[in-house]
Design a protein around this ligand. Structure first.
Ligand code: AMP
Ligand code: ZN
Length: 665
């Protein structure tokens, strides 16, 4: 091995180790910053030495490969389902069946949590992940290796004393916190929320672009080594070994020597499961000894040596009093079921979400229906079933409203969208107050001292009719409002003042343009630099921006067509809010006669920003390296061919930091 290759290998191994310590052991020994630096160094080296490419390198975790179609692969060992049990009696029957075949007194059971996600089968050869296949129909599944490599709790390279070739099975899931965060993000963007963590995890594995998968907060618990080459004598040893080889094994398993002990374990988790960070739908009971497992074998569907105990989901039945309709800040209408109060998992439930018209139709919901509600990962429970046999013959079917409950405008619905919308942007009250509330929210203008109730109060008292009015409020007006103390009023004015330093991308987000969430705002701000420039763009020009599709383009154009919005923006501008990006966008000629090629990914700038700065300062942007190039501005993951050419031609290769120094000269 050459010394360059040696350095690369050592760096990769170190990064494998730190990933394991951070994601599996939850015990990092270096800071995130140090980790990022190391990874950056690795990526730099790998682009310098493309001949030492390694498909299991830690650099591969960011994804990037796009699979148009997933290959169907036959499982070497079929992925069976599990037989289900629901009561102590079912378990006793299972135990009796086992004892009949295995009367030995040393028989033990291993109990594990039944993680509620999607199963995956991983193949390792010589300690390297070589293939990841979904369960599919149990006989064959989809090869999703590239997507799986982005999941940090799945090792790409093993440690310790592993068999030369083996397979291991696990469950991929999304933690509840992460799931709620994803949905909040979507709500912000005016998108439909995901239904539950399991389907979202499952959908994520089938995304075509692996760099999109890398952005999803997927995790994996491994629970079964499947191999002829493994020395473990028991499932227990099997899990311990897997953990030693670097796999993420949940430490919640328990060895039990009787079915009574198994049942105690189940009962304890039935209570505790609501405190877990992830969802489980039961407990899996496995005969511990591998020899006994072999004796017991399989039916056509299930292993005979294992059974799942399914928890009753948190369900309750009650009746539907009425359906009310909420209007969001973007005009989206959300139906909500008002229920007769009922106790569910320790809290009294009075409302359930109904999502949209389709959902109501699917349930064929009628007034006063007896309904079954269920609490999943979401905060608000949902209606999962209607007991039609209990329905009153004359009760009316719920039909979706066609007028806005607040302003009575006709609602509109696009074929491709799930929600109905009230289009009365200018004078529908919940939309107006919703927009102001969005404007002051933490991720937008983050105005300390004002809460949602204060906004309602100000609006009702006609002190404000839009968010721009916030900046022309008078102290006396506020002091006259209910319960407003001098100190609270001072806080509001301080908060408003501070918000004048909030950068343009967040001001743009705060404006509340439909579909323009945080990421899109950032994109647009970087691309166009100022609100005036953005306003002057046509639908077609907007479409050309990365990640901006027809829906967003149309929404942006519509927003700026509205005179009220333009007036608000003018007023906000006058009051000193940031309406252009705050980097070196003052014009100079420091780059006169200098030409740049930009390649790779940068930490503090987008490529468009860099091009803008070069442009504004008299420089020229070129797309490929030639003898005419003065600088190659190199970021992460720079193309190796560009780098080589620049080296050959003796062109100066500068980093983002070097560039910063140049423009500050
Ligand atoms: P089912 O889908 O109800 O037939 O149950 C079988 C599935 O349970 C398997 O395919 C796994 O995806 C899942 N599962 C979750 N946790 C475990 C576990 N600890 N052991 C075995 N299977 C599990
Ligand atoms: Zn309305």
């Amino acid at each position: 091995m050459s010394s360059d290759q040696n350095i690369l290998e050592n760096l990769r191994n170190e990064l494998h180790m730190h990933t394991h310590l951070y994601y599996v052991k939850d015990a990092p020994i270096i800071s995130d910053y140090e980790f990022d630096l190391m990874l950056k160094k690795l990526i730099d080296l790998e682009s310098k030495f493309p001949q030492f490419f390694d498909s299991n390198s830690p650099s591969q975790r960011v994804g990037g490969k796009v699979s148009k179609k997933f290959n169907n692969v036959k499982h070497e060992y079929p992925m069976y389902s599990l037989d289900n049990s629901y009561s102590k009696e079912d378990l006793d029957n299972f135990n009796t069946r086992i004892i009949k075949k295995i009367p030995n007194s040393d028989l033990t059971y291993l109990c594990e949590l039944k993680f509620d996600g999607v199963s995956i089968n991983l193949t390792y050869e010589n300690g390297l992940l070589v293939r990841a296949v979904t369960r599919g129909d149990g006989v064959q599944g989809d090869d999703v290796t590239e997507n799986i490599k982005t999941i940090k709790t799945i090792p790409l390279k093993l440690k310790g004393n592993y068999p030369k070739k083996f397979q291991i099975r696990g469950e991929i899931f999304i933690e509840l916190n992460d799931f709620n965060r994803m949905n909040n993000d979507r709500i912000e963007k005016g998108l439909d929320t995901y239904m539950n963590p399991r389907n979202t995890a499952s959908g994520s594995l089938k995304l075509q672009d692996s760099s999109e998968v890398a952005k999803r907060p997927l995790k994996c618990f491994l629970y079964q080594v499947v191999s002829e080459n493994d020395d473990s004598k028991t499932q227990y040893e099997n899990l311990i070994s897997a953990s030693n080889w670097g796999f993420n094994v949940s430490n919640s398993f328990k060895l039990c020597s009787s079915i009574e002990e198994v049942f105690d374990f189940i009962k304890s988790w039935d209570k505790k499961r609501n405190n877990l960070d992830f969802e489980i739908d039961g407990i899996v009971i496995k005969v511990n000894q591998i020899d006994y497992q072999k004796t017991l074998g399989f039916t056509s569907k299930y292993p005979r040596w294992s059974i799942a105990y399914k928890f009753k989901t948190l369900q309750a039945s009650t009746s539907l009093i009425s359906v009310s309709y909420q209007v969001g800040r973007t005009g989206a209408i959300t139906p909500v079921a008002n229920l007769n109060p009922v106790l569910l998992g320790g809290t009294i439930v009075k409302r359930a979400s109904l999502h949209n018209e389709d959902q109501i139709n699917k349930l064929d919901l009628h007034l006063n229906d007896h309904v079954l509600i269920e609490k999943g990962g979401e905060i608000i429970p949902k209606i999962v079933d209607v007991q039609i046999d209990k329905r009153n013959l004359f009760s009316n079917r719920i039909s979706f409203i066609n007028k806005c409950p607040s302003c009575q405008s006709n609602l509109s619905k696009n074929e491709s969208e799930a929600h109905h919308y009230c289009l009365n942007f200018n004078s529908c009250t919940p939309q107006i107050t919703g927009r102001i509330q969005h404007f002051i929210s933490r991720k937008a203008m983050d105005i300390n001292g004002i809460g949602n109730e204060t906004i309602q109060l100000m609006f009702q008292n006609k002190l404000i009719t839009n968010y721009a009015d916030l900046y022309t409020l008078k102290k006396d007006d506020l002091l006259n409002l209910n319960r407003m103390a001098e100190k609270s009023v001072d806080n509001i004015f301080n908060g408003l003042n501070d918000s004048k330093n909030i950068p343009f991308e967040r001001v743009l987000f705060a404006l509340g343009i439909r579909y323009v969430g945080q990421t899109v705002s950032k994109n647009l701000a970087n691309k166009f630099g100022s609100i005036d420039n953005l306003i002057s763009q046509s639908y077609e020009e907007l479409l050309e921006v990365d990640e901006i599709g027809e829906r967003i383009s149309q929404s942006v154009v519509d927003f700026f067509k509205n005179d009220n919005n333009i007036l608000n923006i003018e007023k906000l501008k006058k009051n000193g809010l940031q309406f252009q990006i705050n980097i070196r966008n003052n014009v100079s000629d420091i780059f006169k006669n200098k030409s740049f090629v930009i390649s790779g990914i940068f930490q503090n700038y987008s490529r468009d920003q860099l091009k803008n700065i070069i442009d504004l300062n008299g420089g020229k942007n070129l797309s490929s390296v030639s003898s005419k190039t003065n600088y190659l501005l190199a970021g992460d993951k720079i193309g190796p061919s560009k780098l080589k050419k620049a080296n050959d031609l003796g062109i100066s290769i500068i980093s983002e930091q070097d560039f910063d120094k140049l423009i500050k000269l």
